[in-house]
Structure formats: structure tokens, C-alpha cells
Design a protein around this ligand. Structure first.
Ligand SMILES: Nc1nc2c(ncn2[C@@H]2O[C@H](COP(=O)(O)OP(=O)(O)OP(=O)(O)O)[C@@H](O)[C@H]2O)c(=O)[nH]1
Ligand SMILES: [Mg+2]
Length: 170
């Protein structure tokens, strides 16, 4: 059976939940405490998609502006990225094109999925499904959007598998 490695990046503004999403995916854990990511933290998760064993090598990258020079080293060889927005903070959606442009400026052949995280914050949601759909339409190489919660675990695995399936098929 094939063994494939998919290098996947986590991109998006500070505190949108990138670390929480990958921790839920890999360790099935969630913490309400906010601990800013410094530099980069790597994660490994094995999944099977269409009878193919895949190692997701997930690079959780710090969003802070002064880490930008450091980030440039991390994009090389990435097959795709989850662009994470905080559904309770509208401004995080405005920056998605900035993240995609940054990724593409360092490495061209990538697929993106837009992740609307914190869907459990039902009475604080500021971003509609329609706005997510419109954003997808404007982003190059974006396969769609998915709404997740790292708190409940809703759609976390699905987000990675949807991107993984797209990469596998291409
Ligand atoms: N309610 C709720 N809170 C979440 C969710 N995901 C993350 N959080 C909270 O949001 C805050 C930021 O989460 P992080 O995962 O650290 O965010 P990040 O994007 O990795 O942040 P940086 O490392 O600074 O870029 C933390 O307090 C988390 O507990 C979610 O799905 N629902
Ligand atoms: Mg983080």
C-alpha cells in the first residue's frame, strides 16, 4: 500500500484557533486558555483516504507579524493549507487573501480550504455562510469552506480529510 506524506500548513490571524484545531485533530484535546504559538509546532496524524495511507504533517505556524521572515522557510513543499478564521470576529475573514497571497508567494502548487472556526459560539457569529462562500470564490486554489469547532470537535477531522482528498485526487 502507498505511503504518502502531505505537508499541510495552518494559516490565519492570531487566536483564530489554529493550534486548537490541530490539537483536537491529533490529540483530541481542547483548552480554553490562549497560549500564543511561538515560531512553529509540528504535528503528525495518520489517516486513510480511499485505501491510501497518508501521513498528515501539519505545521502550526505563528501568525504574529514579526514572525513573517521565519514563516517564509515553512512554506516550501506544502501541499496545502487550512486558512482559519474566527466566525465571531469579522476582521479575520478580511485577512484571508493576505494569507493565501503570502503562501503562494513562497510556494505555488498548493490547495487551500477556508475554515470557519468557533461555530459553537452561536450567539456571537459575525460571518455568514454566504460571506464564506463569496470569500472562497475570490481565493485562488481554494476548494471550499467548512465550519468547525475545536471545542466540540465538529468537522475538525472532516476539514483535514476534505483537503487531503483534494490533494490525493490532484
Ligand atoms: N469557543 C471556542 N473557542 C476556541 C475554539 N478554537 C479555539 N478557541 C479559543 O481561542 C483562543 C485561541 O486559540 P489558539 O488555538 O491558541 O489560536 P491560534 O490561531 O493558534 O493563535 P496564534 O498561535 O497566536 O496564531 C483560545 O483561547 C482557544 O481556547 C473553538 O472552536 N471554540
Ligand atoms: Mg497557535
Amino acid at each position: 500500500m502507498d505511503k504518502l506524506t502531505f505537508k499541510i500548513l495552518l494559516l490565519g490571524d492570531r487566536a483564530t484557533g489554529k493550534t486548537s484545531v490541530v490539537r483536537k485533530f491529533v490529540h483530541e484535546k481542547f483548552s480554553r486558555e490562549y497560549l500564543e504559538t511561538i515560531g512553529m509546532e509540528p504535528y503528525n496524524q495518520y489517516e486513510t483516504i480511499d485505501d491510501t495511507d497518508i501521513r498528515f504533517s501539519v505545521w502550526d505556524i505563528a501568525a504574529r507579524e514579526n514572525f513573517k521572515p521565519l514563516r517564509s522557510f515553512f512554506y516550501k513543499g506544502a501541499k496545502g493549507a487550512l486558512i482559519v478564521v474566527d466566525l465571531a470576529r469579522k476582521e479575520t475573514l478580511q485577512n484571508v487573501s493576505k494569507w493565501v497571497q503570502e503562501a503562494l508567494s513562497f510556494f505555488k502548487k498548493q490547495a487551500f480550504i477556508l475554515v470557519g472556526n468557533k461555530m459553537d459560539l452561536v450567539d456571537q457569529i459575525q460571518i455568514t455562510d454566504n460571506e464564506l462562500q463569496v470569500a472562497v470564490g475570490k481565493l485562488p486554489q481554494c476548494i471550499g469552506y467548512i465550519k468547525t469547532s475545536a471545542l466540540t470537535g465538529d468537522n475538525i477531522r472532516e476539514a483535514f480529510l476534505k483537503l487531503g482528498k483534494n490533494i490525493l485526487d490532484s
